[in-house]
Design a protein around this ligand. Structure first.
Ligand SMILES: Cc1ncc(COP(=O)(O)O)c(C=O)c1O
Length: 404
């Protein structure tokens, strides 16, 4: 027996993985190389500035942290229901109603480990091998892996830079086939900051009805939009619209992994079965803290909106006179897309050279799709001193480039 085991260790046959592993090796991962290099340089004590990731330097609202600590001390460390506690689901339902006008009950809500986990859950429950899922571009770089993990094929529908990355409904319609099951998009968008208008959303709703499609609205940045809401079709199409969001951006709580999905009861029941095998319930003290976070949502959202508006204005005021950098002010969110084509560099080379020359990390726009290859994404959600210094360095770098 021992001898057999020893020989199997030397087996020439490679061990096999599921085909799934190929579907989840993310495209766009190259774009993060600069970010990781910048983080490593920062840890070594080097003078680098990270404008590459959407994680504001704000603390979790203090009452939320206090509640988590109190619940931890009180022993709230046992198993919890797979779809989240009803008190939390009901608080999420109330927030969802205030944002969308759609009245939902606890059976329409599931608490998950962030919007990321909610999108993954939606993807697995809504489509599979042989199906197509449309994703509107520019898109958050996790989408390809998250959507294709199900075995479905992701079809990109790009919005053009020339039209400010607004929705082009005719292009969306043209991409729909008999295999299409769902349309996924983020509003406000990451990285463009575009918020889809009422008319855009109505157009999407009409297509969804005509072709029996799911519409998955990633509203992770909704709390950062004016009045903390974006046009929604959830109330219009309650049986087809799935809304995903979280506390990560609105409350500066990305590390808590507190997010959710709201949709028809049948979908939530399937999501619960998936959550049962995937998570088996999320921490009780996090759920209780999330209830507190939802109670203070208006104040938390005003805080992040003011924080972002101030920094967005600062960045725009500081860089707007550079003719080689072109940009539109985002409708909402913590990012700005800057067209760097007039420097003669692609987004990727601009990001690489800026980091090498000035130690400022921004993200190559190509990570979000071909339509943003000439852009870099800059996250302005950082402290003002660092942002001012980053702008000085970006100016110096752009001025050093000569004429394209
Ligand atoms: C568009 C978009 N969707 C989802 C997520 C994931 O958010 P969460 O932290 O809630 O998982 C992000 C994170 O940056 C994002 O930008």
């Amino acid at each position: 027996m021992q001898a057999d085991l020893k020989s199997s260790k030397n087996s020439p046959l490679p061990m096999k993985f599921s085909p799934l592993v190929d579907r989840i090796t993310g495209e766009g991962s190259d774009a993060w190389q600069i970010h990781y290099a910048a983080r490593a340089a920062q840890e070594r004590g080097e003078n680098v500035i990270l404008l590459s990731v959407g994680d504001p330097d704000l603390d979790t609202p203090i009452e939320v942290t206090e509640q988590a600590i109190a619940k931890l001390r009180a022993g709230d460390t046992h198993y919890t229901p797979a779809s989240g506690r009803d008190t939390l689901r009901s608080a999420i339902a109330a927030l969802h109603y205030s944002r969308s006008g759609q009245r939902v009950g606890v059976d329409n809500v599931i608490f998950l480990a962030g919007a990321q986990n909610a999108l993954f859950t939606a993807s697995l429950c809504l489509a599979g091998p042989g199906d197509e899922v449309i994703a509107l571009e520019p898109l958050y770089p996790s989408y390809p892996a998250m959507l294709e993990v199900s075995g479905a094929h992701m079809v990109r529908v790009a919005s053009s830079a020339a039209r400010g990355f607004r929705l082009e409904l005719a292009d969306l319609e043209a991409a729909i086939t008999t295999r299409t099951r769902a349309i996924f998009f983020a509003t406000p968008n990451n990285p463009s900051g575009v918020v889809f208008s009422e008319a855009d959303m109505l157009g999407i709703a009409q297509l969804a009805v005509r072709h029996s499609l799911w519409v998955v609205c990633d509203e992770v940045y909704a709390g950062l939009a004016p009045q903390g809401r974006v046009p929604s079709i959830a109330a219009t199409l309650p049986e087809q619209v799935v809304t995903v969001s979280s506390l990560s951006k609105s409350h500066a709580m990305p590390g808590w992994r507190a997010g959710w999905m709201v949709g028809p009861k049948s979908l939530i029941a399937h999501a619960e079965a998936l959550a049962m095998c995937m998570l088996f319930g999320l921490p009780g003290f996090v759920q209780e803290a999330a209830i507190t976070a939802l109670q203070v949502a208006p104040a938390a959202e005003s805080r992040i909106r003011e924080y972002c508006a101030k920094r967005r204005n600062l960045l725009i005021a500081t860089l707007k006179d550079l003719p080689k950098l072109r940009f539109n002010a985002p409708d909402a969110g913590m990012f700005i897309l800057i067209d760097v084509s007039a420097t003669g560099l692609s987004g990727q080379n601009f990001a690489r050279q800026l980091f090498a020359a000035e130690g400022v990390a921004v993200l190559d726009g190509g990570a979000f799709g071909a339509s943003t290859q000439d852009f870099v994404r800059v996250c302005f959600a950082t402290d003002e001193t660092s942002l001012r210094e980053a702008c000085t360095r970006i100016r110096r770098f752009v001025n050093s480039l000569g004429t394209a």
